[in-house]
Design a protein around this ligand. Structure first.
Ligand code: COA
Length: 180
């Protein structure tokens, strides 16, 4: 870890809040004119990184993105609205929540498209992991998300240990295209 542990000032959740609006163009869509899942994940990653960047005030890399359900299709011409904020800061990593809506351009109706949690790790100019400031949750919702983020971190760690064990048990000579 970086020796530059000179970033002790705790930050508020509101100071990390970020938002991005995109108009969906044909290049973002599949053959049905619906937004591609991978493109949506790219927008989620970018919006999440903005909140992480505002908190860490250093480079950040994506370490993990949790499970995502695609609840609503998004069509060419729709407006996609993404909002993010930091839920909890740990040592060098932090969890960001991103929520996505689609705005129908003619009616202005907003529908929930997806939500995701991402973990980013702060990196200094020399590529070393860097300690980040604490996050101070203030509102009841921020306090609830702060507590939930710790539970999700414990769950991620347990899952990572389980996958590591599985990799150890399965042959590394297996070249079939499945993920494990
Ligand atoms: C993410 C990365 C920096 C972690 O480095 P590492 O040496 O494995 O770090 P450690 O295992 O010591 O963990 C460092 C921190 O990251 C967290 N972390 C590491 N891997 C994680 C994962 N898969 N999910 C969630 N958190 C993770 C740890 O919990 C730890 O957090 P803390 O410091 O707040 O306690 C490294 O794996 C990396 O560079 N990955 C590629 C990142 C990238 O290129 N992203 C773009 C993807 S295309």
């Amino acid at each position: 870890m970086s020796s530059s542990e000179t970033n002790p000032i705790a930050r508020s959740v509101s100071s990390t809040q970020s938002e991005m609006t995109e108009i969906i163009l044909p290049n973002d869509a599949n053959t049905l004119g619906n937004l591609l899942g991978g493109r949506l994940m790219h927008f989620i990653d970018l919006t999440g990184a903005m909140a992480a960047y505002r908190h860490a005030r250093s480079h950040v890399v994506t370490a993990a993105m949790d499970h995502i359900d695609f609840i609503q299709p998004v069509h060419v011409g729709d407006l996609l609205i993404l909002k993010s904020s930091v839920n909890r800061a740990f040592n060098t990593s932090l969890e960001v929540g991103v929520k996505v809506w689609v705005e129908h351009p003619q009616t202005g109706v907003l529908l929930h498209v997806a939500s995701a949690y991402l973990v980013f790790v702060a990196i200094d100019d020399r590529g070393r992991r860097q300690r980040i400031p604490a996050l101070l949750p203030e509102t009841p919702n921020e306090i609830r998300r702060f507590a939930d983020a710790l539970r999700r971190r414990e769950h991620r760690e347990a899952e990572a240990a389980r996958r590591k064990q599985e990799r150890r048990e399965h042959s590394c000579n297996d070249t079939s295209p499945a993920a494990q």
